[in-house]
Design a protein around this ligand. Structure first.
Ligand code: ACO
Length: 320
């Protein structure tokens, strides 16, 4: 028994903010952002929330799969920017889509969040516990960025992506996931301190800090090796892969991974040009765009890979 994706959906906020728009409010330029990252514009929330974007993406994925919320056994939302400490985003999605029998929880694996959610659903399917799951990656990164730090805030966007997955005879062929907590400091977003008067700690909210060059080195060394290990596990040659749908952090990371794998850049679809970096939402939003464009053919093999804070990474080989 394995796992098949039977429907996808996504939602991007209505407001589009271009690099030139950012240049009006901070010391940056379209030229700097575009040449270093490949990002031209991003969608940022105005009225939307992480939860509302998840609900819309979930409804679209259910419609694409042709099933109702009542058929869902499990909902997992990969996010680092949920709206509440509790309830979880997944519980709010459960109520909104009428998935009364579903177990629902959030998962924090940063930019690998959707891949970890997919692998978790896969493990439940293999254990025979559940049959149908809704997995999401969703972020409102604009609320956790420091808008006084031009080196990070220009990189990220907001959005949500979803997939309906089902236990089936074919689909997911191999996966791996990994973490390196010893390098957590290269991409940090600390939580609020303790307000207990007996333990005075700083209770101000922190924003995301990143050592961009260390993150770059981590990504371009870890991702190609992870892809190769997954292909070896499934005994599939790299030439058989139609597309590598990678986390959209930076065009230079994608180009470097393509070069290291000796694969044409044409096999690396891009959404970061119009979305920016969506962390956990990156891979499912890209996957939905590929699905909408008819790029995913039955029987075609694709690789998904997410990598980011933690540090975390996860790679999946799928037959569509
Ligand atoms: N506009 C204009 N100038 C800027 C901006 C900006 N938005 N941000 C930084 N600069 C300036 C810096 O102040 C610095 O100026 P100085 O030389 O006068 O001091 C100069 O540009 C170079 O700064 P660096 O941080 O060294 O820039 P770098 O060339 O490393 O590019 C980047 C930064 C794009 C983040 C790069 O490190 C990178 O590609 N990192 C990969 C990590 C990444 O993409 N992370 C995304 C999130 S993590 C994830 O999703 C896995």
């Amino acid at each position: 028994m394995t796992t098949r994706i039977i429907g996808t959906g996504s939602y991007l906020p209505k407001a589009v903010v271009t690099n030139d728009d950012l240049a009006k409010i901070m010391d940056t330029s379209d030229e700097w952002i575009r040449t270093r990252t490949g990002i031209c514009e991003r969608h940022l929330v105005t009225e939307e929330t992480t939860t509302s974007m998840c609900i819309e993406a979930a409804k679209r994925a259910l419609e694409n799969a042709g099933i109702s919320g009542e058929e869902i056994d499990l909902i997992i939302v990969g996010t680092v920017s949920g709206d509440n400490m509790t309830p979880s985003t997944a519980c709010e999605v459960q109520a909104a889509i009428g998935a009364a029998k579903a177990v629902a929880f959030d998962m924090n694996a940063a930019c690998a969040g959707f891949i970890f959610a997919l692998n978790t659903a896969h493990a439940y399917f293999q254990a025979g516990i559940y049959k149908t799951a809704l997995i999401l990656g969703a972020e409102t990164l604009s609320k956790i960025m420091d808008w006084n730090d031009r080196s990070t805030c220009v990189l990220f966007g907001d959005g949500a992506g979803a997939a309906v997955v089902r236990a089936d005879e074919s689909g997911l062929l191999a996966f791996e996931q990994g973490c390196d907590g010893s390098k957590a400091h290269v991409l940090l977003g600390k939580s609020r301190g303790n307000n207990n008067p007996l333990v005075s700690t700083d209770t101000s909210l922190d924003y995301v800090h990143m050592d961009g060059q260390e993150v770059y080195k981590f990504a371009v060394s870890t991702v190609p090796a992870s892809v190769q290990r997954v292909l070896e596990k499934a005994n599939v040659s790299i030439d058989e892969i139609s597309y590598f749908a990678l986390h959209q952090a930076n065009i230079r990371i994608l180009q470097s991974v393509a070069k290291r794998l000796k694969v044409s850049e044409d096999k690396f679809p891009i959404s970061l040009d119009h979305c920016g970096n969506l962390s956990a939402a990156s891979v499912p939003v890209l996957l939905d765009e590929m699905n909408q464009k008819g790029m995913l053919k039955k029987g075609g093999k694709i690789v998904l890979s997410g990598f980011g804070a933690g540090l975390t990474w996860g790679t999946v080989l799928l037959e569509w």
